[in-house]
Write a protein of this length. Structure first.
Length: 299
């Protein structure tokens, strides 16, 4: 079974994809060339690593993907593997994402059809002791202004989607992936650094995508927004016996996500498993009433 094109546009979303363990790469290229999706979002950890072997590994990875990324937009955000020697130099030099007037590829947004997409760098939190607090504060200030503008424009662009590397939530057996101090800092912040979850709730973010923990997990609405993990680095990642109560679906197969933007009120999401011959192993719709805007008052 294959994901079928049914919408204004379709996006292929994955994370944690490398050159030597790119199990999903041939399928992504083949289905992309067949027209399954219109653009790609890679939610961090690119090539493992872009800077490997003085950048040769990054070159080889980009050459692997060239058949498809030479034809469709390839949107990226930094993961922990993009941080090198106190900066993100390979990540900065290799890509050219939409400008935000502040910090290159690190955070940005764009509108496509009825969706406002926001990309953020969670590694500002993970490496703030190396980078200092200012990158977190600059990104947060930009995010608030961006969300305010997007919220005010929801009559024309009703959906707000985010993508970033480290997830707010997960239920892997290695719980430190989501309960270690750095991950909690991304979500909740502390007295010095503001976390990201509060403004997501305040301005009614509809859907969030992340990677990092190397398996697929979809959640029921969490504090009024839907959130799931698109990591696909390695199959067989162990789950916690007792998932978080709002965990709706967990899969530890190699794979990737196809998001179909059907119209102003409906989004279709399918997860393809490479371990099961590209079978669709999760398939669901997100819908909302025209004009609906979530509010922090609903929490």
């Amino acid at each position: 079974m294959r994901a079928t094109k049914i919408c204004l546009c379709q996006v292929c979303i994955f994370g944690d994809l490398g050159r030597k363990h790119g199990n999903s790469t041939p399928s992504i290229i083949r289905n992309g060339l067949a027209g399954m999706f219109d653009f790609i979002i890679h939610v961090g950890d690119i090539a493992y690593d872009l800077q490997g072997d003085d950048g040769v590994n990054g070159d080889k990875f980009m050459n692997q993907l060239e058949p498809i990324i030479s034809r469709v937009p390839y949107m990226v955000v930094a993961g922990n593997h993009e941080f090198e020697d106190g900066n993100f130099s390979n990540f900065q030099k290799r890509f050219w994402m939409p400008t935000n007037g502040l910090d290159g590829n690190q955070f940005y947004s764009f509108d496509l059809g009825p969706v406002h997409w926001i990309a953020l760098n969670t590694e500002y939190y993970g490496y703030y002791q190396d980078l200092g607090k200012q990158p977190v504060l600059d990104q947060y200030d930009w995010l608030l202004k961006n969300l305010q503008a997007a919220y005010a424009n929801r009559v024309k662009v009703p959906w707000i989607f985010t993508y970033l590397h480290r997830p707010f939530y997960c239920s892997a057996a290695h719980k430190d992936d989501c309960t270690d101090p750095d991950s909690i800092l991304v979500r909740a912040g502390n007295e010095d650094l503001p976390g990201l979850e509060k403004p997501f709730i305040q301005y009614g973010v509809d859907v969030g995508f992340s990677g990092h923990v190397h398996f697929y997990e979809r959640f029921y609405p969490v504090a009024n927004f839907t959130y799931w993990n698109s990591g696909c680095h390695s199959s067989g990642t162990k789950f916690d016996k007792n998932p978080v109560p709002f965990s709706a679906k967990r899969l530890n197969d190699y794979g990737y996500t196809i998001v179909s933007v059907a119209n102003m009120t409906h989004i279709h999401v399918q997860q393809l498993s490479l371990d099961q011959d590209e079978a669709i192993v999760d398939d669901f719709w997100i819908s909302k009433t025209k004009g609906f805007m979530a509010s922090n008052q609903m929490r």
